[in-house]
Design a protein around this ligand. Sequence first.
Ligand code: MG
Length: 365
Amino acid sequence: MMNFLSSRKIIHIDMDAFYASVEQRDFPEYRGKPLVVGGKPNSRGVVATCSYEARQYGIHSAMSCAKAHQCCPHAIFVPPRFTAYKQVSQQIHAVFRNHTTRIEPLSLDEAYLDVTSIDSATKLAKSIKREILKQTGIVASAGVSYNKFLAKIASDYRKPDGLFVVTPAQGTQFAETLPVGKFYGIGKVTEAKMNKLNIFTGADLKKYSKIALQQYFGKMGLVYYQMARGIDNREVVSHRTRKSLGSETTFATDIGNIEAIQKYLQALSSEVAESLKQKDLLARTITIKVKYANFEQVTRSQTFKEPINEQQVMMWGARELLKQTEVSVRKIRLIGIKASNLVSTMVFNEQPRQLSLFSLQIPVD
Ligand SMILES: [Mg+2]
């Protein structure tokens, strides 16, 4: 099935065994050896990254260092050097910027690039890999597809030093063969729930109707329904360019009726919430703007503990903010609402899972 946004071209770049590769680059004595970046072997810390040599012993990211030591007693354990990793991260971003401005970083060593305007995304992915290796001495894998979900899976598909392409014609079939644990937004808990429903692959997922999936999984049900069909309409969001999202309206005649004002606010907050969701973003702060009939303007803000993109929550906040203005006693000519302090839903959703796993707070790359 083709969809109207299938003309996008997305590259997902992910460095191979990132922290461990940087260590092996900088310390030749670690090359060709099982290397663990994380805590000490006898510590309560976890493996942040390990070399491919260590993976052969069954060591993997997020495993406890004690367990890793059991798997491979002669493995070398080193603490992370984030300054070095950040430097490499800056170098790879400089490579990305040579080719597109639409870059969405997911972590130090991972990013989506929207290269829709470029002729051959596959050729470009190849040359980006080459340039990264030349600049940093470290190998990257690339996935190329028509959406973020498939591009990310594609970059993992032939690791290390991988380059894999999923075309729009292949997308649906490719999604059918995937284990659901690979799908965007499906963590361990959801995966287990799906397995209980006899859903193991995209093909299994496809047997369920949209309504059934929404009943079982709430609003994510629709996302799963689409992904099973190779559809993902999330945009590549470059955070540097997007600091806030808002909507406002100026009335033809000044309004002094609070209910009418709330109705407008309701419509505007729906618009902003919808737009956040489309862009895969959450907002920590909402601000309302009121311009009184005499053009005097005030803003009122509220910052939430947890970032939001639900219209009801946004409207609840906006209503409270409205109380801090004089709309009940003065006529207004403009009302607006803005969401700022934005964070990607992907980054936010993955955080709690990692933190609970980690006694040492080292991000898994
Ligand atoms: Mg990586």
